[in-house]
Design a protein around this ligand. Structure first.
Ligand SMILES: C[S@@+](CC[C@H](N)C(=O)[O-])C[C@H]1O[C@@H](n2cnc3c(N)ncnc32)[C@H](O)[C@@H]1O
Length: 204
């Protein structure tokens, strides 16, 4: 699959190496084919405003930011200054720092402070799994009709179907998957890409 997906460019490759050097945390970064998928989808949707919840060292945000249309903006939410300082460095290296804004703090608070108006054409949700339903509920009224909410790690590496697995993140994602599947405000599809990616389109 990876050998038949467009390869990452040198900036993405360098960021992936830099992230890998962090050790255990590196596994939080989306894999290369998911990064390319985010770019392809962003270019197709051409959102004027996009939002990412969970930025880490910036790999997914870089893929989204680069594919924005002229004048497009990406708002990034994260709680960690150290990891996102790497993201800032690579946004600058890729020449997209003028179209990315980072807000540090608990994402639920940052989202709550945004006007409840439909402004975002694309959202990527990839932060703490136990808050997925909260973030999703905050996002839906802020999405334009037809806007896409992309949700990462919906498989939890297969654990969502292990009935006896009571890990808090796994249980939360299981609840989230049911919550979204029952939501008449969106049309959604769950894709077996990376650790599972759900795409929910806000219905008009
Ligand atoms: C899985 S990583 C994101 C990976 C990133 N999308 C990428 O591809 O490189 C999750 C991120 O969520 C952030 N996070 C965790 N809890 C948070 C919270 N309550 N508010 C905002 N960000 C949070 C972490 O600091 C971490 O950077």
């Amino acid at each position: 699959m990876r050998s038949h997906t467009s390869p990452p460019d040198p900036v993405r490759q360098e960021l992936a190496r830099r992230t890998a050097a962090l050790g255990w945390a590196a596994e939080m970064q989306v894999p290369t084919e998911q990064g390319t998928f985010l770019s392809v989808l962003t270019a197709a949707v051409a959102p004027r405003r996009a939002i990412e919840i969970g930025t880490f060292t910036g790999y997914s945000s870089l893929c989204i930011a680069r594919a924005l249309p002229p004048g497009g903006q990406l708002l990034c939410l994260d709680i960690n200054d150290e990891w996102t300082s790497i993201a800032r460095e690579y946004w600058a290296k890729a020449g997209v720092d003028d179209r990315v804004e980072l807000r540090l703090g608990p994402a639920a608070q940052t989202l709550a402070a945004l006007p409840v108006e439909p402004t975002f054409g694309l959202a990527f949700l990839d932060a703490d799994k136990t808050s997925y339903i909260t973030y999703y509920e905050q996002l839906v009224p802020r999405m334009l009709p037809g806007g896409l909410i992309l949700v990462d790690n919906v498989f939890q590496y297969g654990a969502v179907v292990e009935e006896h697995n009571t890990d808090p993140s796994v249980s939360a994602v299981r609840r989230f998957n049911d919550h979204l599947a029952d939501d008449p405000r969106v049309e959604s599809v769950m894709l077996p890409l990376a650790d599972g990616l759900t795409i929910a389109r806000r219905l008009p």
